[in-house]
Write a protein that binds this ligand. Sequence first.
Ligand SMILES: *Cc1c(COP(=O)(O)O)cnc(C)c1O
Length: 452
Amino acid sequence: MNSKVLGKEISTWINEYPLLKEIIDLKESLWINPNHSNFVEGMKNVSLSQDDVLDAEKRLNRFAPYIAKVFPETKPENGIIESPTVKIDNMKAKLEEICGEHLPGNLLLKCDSHLKVSGSIKARGGIYEVLKHAEDLALENNIITIEDNYEKLDSDEVRAFFSNYSVVVGSTGNLGLSIGIMSAKLGFKVTVHMSADARQWKKDLLRSRGVEVIEYESDYSKAVEEGRKQAESDANSYFVDDENSKNLFLGYSVAAKRLDNQLKKMGVVVDDNNPLFVYLPCGVGGGPGGVAFGLKLLYKDNVHFFFAEPTHSPCMMIGCMTGEHDTVSVQDFGIDNVTAADGLAVGRASGFVGKTLEKLMSGCYSVSDENMYRLLTKMADSEKIFLEPSALAGVPGIINILTSEEGKKYLRDNNLENKIENINHIAWATGGSMVPKDMMDEYYNKGISLLK
Ligand SMILES: *Cc1c(COP(=O)(O)O)cnc(C)c1O
């Protein structure tokens, strides 16, 4: 631990932000954003708009025939990669047992764990960004026009064209999977720089698809830095910048309208009387940030969102709480950034995301690795849904908000006390369906042993 962070003693930081003491001690914490404002106020300094989200949605629609062709598993949905939303009453009953209280309202799970092609929330932003880059190149070089059927891109000539270009990314695993799989399919040369915590099966899978995987012994920040360096040295190289990318963010944001359609079909209403609370696992912030931003544009003050992080990697919570965003890391405060929650092992949050959501975010909370494993096992037992540890971080959000003092105060401050029965809570399950069976068994058994 540095004795000073940005020139200030850690004890001074703690005086200013008392919750920081708990966070440094690796306790599960809930931070309510004191700057949370209404939608109009919160959007004042935000440069992205509904038009940008619409543009991304249209782009994904243009690519849908191509996606359906090259990933036949997406044919039933006509090449639109989207996940189911399900009610999880059995899991809700388990959560009531855990906290020993009745939990009013409705609990849903958004199963991005089951997104086709790359099996995690990264199938939204990651795939979108690669498609956007491919489209830009193809349009510039008169390979397609915007009116064409993009199935045309599935040809040896086009792949030969894209093979002159490379795509580079730094990743803890899942982003690498989605960027790697999509880029390789189009014909790009692709390099994924993987941090030490990335799982072997992800590296193996990528190599089997022709992706170059470079491994590092240090964490995510190093992998990103090396990726950026590699791309800078080559004019035909495109770097997917997880920490700052607007394209990734917009790819994620398209989820909102699709979710809205699903909720309507399920008879779930979001309005003044029926608020929506969404709990999103957060790594660097682009995934949860993009989704949350899309939801805010749609539901405005009727949606409240919270980011969930491991107790060992609470980078967004520290960045937003101190207002220092990407100028501080969890390591600065002596927190090790070592967690079993793959996609969440990030020590420094995206400054772009933190600043964009500065007044729109309701708060952040942290979850221990042990509790993610326990919830993983309970989710498997009660709902037969198998998730990776990270994807469980959103699940205790409903308990945190409805039963803690800070959560109750948030409900009072937002005049929601008399609407508690009407709140729909969504835990965003961000990954898991591609985890190999033996690995999933290991996760499950770990949960069993922790529940004893
Ligand atoms: C990447 C990832 C997240 C978080 O996304 P960020 O954009 O890094 O915040 C959450 N869960 C899983 C499983 C992920 O792979």
